[in-house]
Design a protein around this ligand. Structure first.
Ligand code: DAH
Length: 347
């Protein structure tokens, strides 16, 4: 019996050493220590032993059981660790493999210029406002002193929504002058950037949709000198140097007197030609029209409930695309709207 126990122990330890999975360990546990197991079978024969032998064999059997149990625990821990190790190895992430580059976008060049311009005006105390693109003719035309029958109201120039020509896609951000003055009292300083729409054929300097930035200042004793000073100051800030600009007399129904401001062509530097050919950016003019401006017409002030005898003001409308073209040295307006990434990536 003693040999039997020795044999069971030796076989058990060897089998446990060879077991590699939790399932095979469990199978061995049942086989060795279970009710129908080998050890139990031996213990059942204890009755046949003499009273002197019985406690000795009993002790020995218990020691064998303890050894097997200890080995079982040891193997359990080892197998658990091995399984964990294998799992970690299989699921490991190699952090040294270079990742896929994510293309990071940036603001559209025109928005970059708009942001710069807004910052400049905010720094000068202007309030930046937004307004509707679908507008009433009364704001876009009538209250701006643009009379019935004026060519800009023509259906061949303006997109209307109705048969009475009362609702339209705004053709100018000047509508915001009225909207701002009817809700604010002087002194006031407003900047209103936004999209405007006209039935224009697209070419290097025209597009049926483009952006304007409307400016309006109304207070006591505002003069044309303030207008010129403000605009020259702003152009120098936008272009970062002594901007070459010129003012020309012009006519707008909502300002009196009115003017336009041109910027020297950045492509031909005012000569109007490139290598003997007419400059395609300014059509040979040497100058690019950037904005219309003027002293707010007394009638427009009156239309908004502001007393023209007490207050005066100036207004201007900057063409954003053209300003961006000069600022970013872009030669064709259509590039701004094409959204070709090869173009956009340059900014
Ligand atoms: N709204 C005019 C246009 O689209 C531009 C303009 C001219 C705006 C004179 C003004 C202004 O505010 O005073 O051509």
């Amino acid at each position: 019996m003693k040999e039997q126990l020795e044999q069971i122990k030796l076989n058990a330890l060897a089998a446990l050493d060879a077991a590699a999975t939790p399932a095979s360990l469990e199978e061995l546990r049942v086989k060795l220590l279970g009710k129908k197991g080998e050890l139990t079978a031996v213990l059942k024969q204890m009755g046949k032993l003499s009273p002197e032998e019985r406690p000795i064999m009993g002790q020995m059997a218990n020691a064998v059981r303890a050894d097997i149990e200890a080995k079982l625990e040891e193997r359990k821990a080892a197998i658990h660790a091995a399984v964990l190790e294998a799992k970690l190895a299989a699921e490991a992430i190699d952090v040294t493999i270079p990742g896929e580059t994510v293309a990071v976008g940036h603001q559209h060049p025109m928005n970059q210029v708009l942001q710069e311009i807004k910052d400049i005006f905010v720094g000068m105390g202007y309030t930046v406002v937004d307004g509707p693109e679908v507008e009433f003719a009364s704001y876009n035309f009538t209250r701006l002193n643009i009379e019935e029958g004026h060519p800009s109201r023509d259906r061949s120039d303006t997109f209307y929504f109705d048969d009475n020509d009362e609702v339209l896609l705004r053709t100018q951000t000047s509508s915001m002058q009225i909207r701002f003055m009817e809700t604010h009292t002087p002194p006031l300083c407003m900047l209103a950037p936004g999209r405007v729409f006209r039935k224009d054929e697209a070419d290097a300097t025209h597009s049926p949709m483009f952006h304007q930035i409307e400016g309006l200042v109304v207070a006591e004793n505002i003069t044309m000198g303030d207008l010129k000073g403000a605009l020259i100051n702003i152009m120098n800030k936008i272009y970062g140097h002594d901007a070459q600009v010129r003012f020309r007399p012009h006519h707008f129904p909502f300002t009196e007197p009115s003017c336009e401001m041109d910027m020297q062509c950045h492509k031909c530097h005012g000569t109007g030609e490139i290598d003997g050919n007419v400059c395609s950016t300014c059509h040979g003019e040497g100058w690019i029209e950037l904005l219309g401006a003027g002293m707010v017409h007394p009638e427009v002030l009156r239309n908004c409930g502001i007393d023209p005898d007490k207050y005066s003001g100036f207004a201007f409308g900057i063409g954003l695309e053209r300003t961006a073209m000069g600022r970013m040295k872009i030669n064709d307006l259509r590039l701004i709207f094409d959204n070709d990434v090869r173009f956009l990536n340059q900014f």
